[in-house]
Structures are given as structure tokens and as C-alpha cells.
Design a protein. Structure first.
Length: 301
């Protein structure tokens, strides 16, 4: 890798208009806001960004706009959420000539689960044909990869440089940290960032970071400084925010949290509904308790 991204790496929301089109001019304000909050990088086109809804042209343009807005100030990771090796490779090739640090790739998520060798072959072909570093986004419930299989893939395919470990099981996260200590292991256990960091996570890529980036960076810094009293207090407040945004329309709730902190209003892509009045009230209350409603948006350069 040119760079090993570590630290707080929020997965950006994609700025859709009310008619469902991408408003690319609203990518830069979000990038500037995240960098202004102290974030160490950003991911675009992932699940929080509703990347599964993007066609190839939209995907290419979104990643290009994100890279352009970042201007080398922070690494950009490109998410890929598709159901075939062929499509994953095609998307990787669309962005490999951009200044992208790595691809974040979900396992294929059919209604059935490919066997272990098929998973290894999937990531090997992606690495061979794109030549890009790959981070496995281990999130799909019916296609969830064990620590042993993840370690096997990273051992057999050197360009698979890490894992974004999701779901709420810290035992699996801890096992993975022990089995692959030389790889990049990111936490996407949104409710449990504090213990993830104390277990040695190299960073995080999770929606809670996008909803509350300033406090998320403060939590990372507190753990790094050994200030566990501050870290525990931030954990409790961030958990309240997470409990307010976690829902089937998580991307919509995350973008509403961003809007309350000054970013332009954007919309989820249909059929995902916007945050309901009850969700909006809970999100506003949680962010107020976090002291986030006074956070200012840094103007994009």
C-alpha cells in the first residue's frame, strides 16, 4: 500500500436530491467537514453511502468527486457492494487510476453463501485483476466470514490488507486481532468503539463516525492518550447517538444527524424513507447531549 490508513475513517453519506440523483457539488462540503473534525480518512460508496444503489457511472463520479475534494489531505477508501466477482472487478478498475488508498469490498451476498474456496477465489481474482489493496467489509449476516477464513484469505492473497469487522460480537473481533496482528483490522462495531480501540483496533469505519465525527475523533484520541475516564464518558454519549440512528433506514438517520450539524439537506434514495419525526426527535436529543449541535461545517476549499 502507498499508505496504511488508520484512525477514524467515516463512511460518507451520498448526497442525493429529492428525485434520487447525486448532487456531486455537495460532496466537498462533507469532505471538508469530516477533515475539519479531525478525521483521518473517509470511505465513499459503502453501505452508509447506499453504494449498492449506484450504477457504474455514478460510482465512478462519486469516488472521483471525493478524491478531488480530499486533495490529498486524507486517504479515500472506495466501497464496493455487489453480488458478482465480475462486477466487483469492473468497479475496482473504474477507480484504480484515482488516488484511492484501498477498496472496501463486501463478500457476495446472495440468499445462499458461497463456500470458503469460492470466497478465497473471489478476493484473489479481484486482487489480481485490479492490482489494488482490498479491505474485506465483513458485514453480510448470511455470508459472514469467520476469523479463520478471513485470516486465510489475507494470507493467501497479500493484496487483501485488512478487514472492516462489523456486527456486535467483540469475541470475533478479538479473535481476529490475535489471528492477524500484522493486518489492518478496523472496527465497525458502532456501539462498542471504546472497547474495540482498547483491544487494539487499527481504526474504525462505521456510521457512528459519520453521524458524530467530532466526538468520535475525541474518543480515539482519549484512548490513545490513556485517558479512559474521558473515553468512557464519550462512549456513553456516542452509544446514545447510536441508539437513536440505528434502524433499517440507518443511512437516512445518519444524514439527518449531519444536517442538524450544518451540512446541506440531502435525501436517501428510494425506497428508503427519510428519518421519521420520532427518529428526528431522538437524534436531535442525542446530539444535544453530545454537545454536537454547535459543531460548525468547515467550508470546502
Amino acid at each position: 500500500m502507498k499508505i496504511r490508513p488508520t484512525g477514524v475513517i467515516p463512511p460518507m453519506t451520498t448526497p442525493f436530491t429529492s428525485s434520487g440523483e447525486i448532487d456531486l457539488k455537495l460532496v466537498a462540503p462533507q469532505v471538508g467537514w469530516l477533515i475539519g473534525a479531525g478525521c483521518h480518512g473517509m470511505a465513499a460508496g459503502g453501505s452508509t453511502g447506499e453504494g449498492h444503489t449506484l450504477d457504474h457511472e455514478e460510482y465512478r463520479d462519486l469516488i472521483a468527486a471525493t478524491v478531488e475534494a480530499a486533495k490529498g489531505r486524507a486517504p479515500v477508501i472506495a466501497g464496493i457492494i455487489v453480488d458478482s466477482t465480475r462486477d466487483a472487478i469492473r468497479r475496482g478498475k473504474l477507480v484504480r487510476d484515482m488516488d484511492v488508498a484501498a477498496l472496501q469490498v463486501t463478500p457476495v451476498h446472495y440468499l445462499f453463501k458461497p463456500d470458503e474456496q469460492a470466497m478465497v477465489d473471489h478476493f484473489r481474482r479481484m486482487a489480481d485483476e485490479t492490482g489494488m489493496p482490498i479491505i474485506i467489509y465483513n458485514v453480510v449476516p448470511w455470508s459472514y466470514l469467520s476469523p479463520a477464513l478471513l485470516t486465510r484469505i489475507m494470507t493467501e492473497v497479500p493484496l487483501v490488507v485488512g478487514v472492516k469487522q462489523s456486527a456486535g460480537d467483540l469475541k470475533l473481533f478479538a479473535d481476529l486481532m490475535m489471528m492477524a496482528p500484522d493486518k489492518l483490522i478496523y472496527s465497525a462495531v458502532d456501539a462498542l468503539m471504546y472497547p474495540s480501540y482498547t483491544l487494539g483496533a487499527h481504526g474504525s469505519i462505521a456510521a457512528i463516525l459519520t453521524a458524530a465525527p467530532h466526538a468520535s475523533v475525541e474518543l480515539w484520541d482519549a484512548v490513545k492518550a490513556g485517558d479512559h475516564a474521558t473515553a468512557l464518558e464519550l462512549h456513553k454519549k456516542l452509544l446514545t447517538v447510536w441508539n437513536a440512528v440505528i434502524a433499517d433506514n440507518l443511512p437516512a438517520c445518519t444524514r439527518y444527524a449531519q444536517t442538524l450539524q450544518g451540512l446541506p439537506k440531502t435525501y436517501p434514495r428510494a425506497p428508503m424513507p427519510e428519518a421519521s419525526p420520532a427518529q428526528q426527535a431522538a437524534i436531535g436529543k442525542a446530539l444535544a447531549g453530545l454537545g454536537a449541535l454547535g459543531a460548525q461545517v468547515e467550508a470546502a476549499e
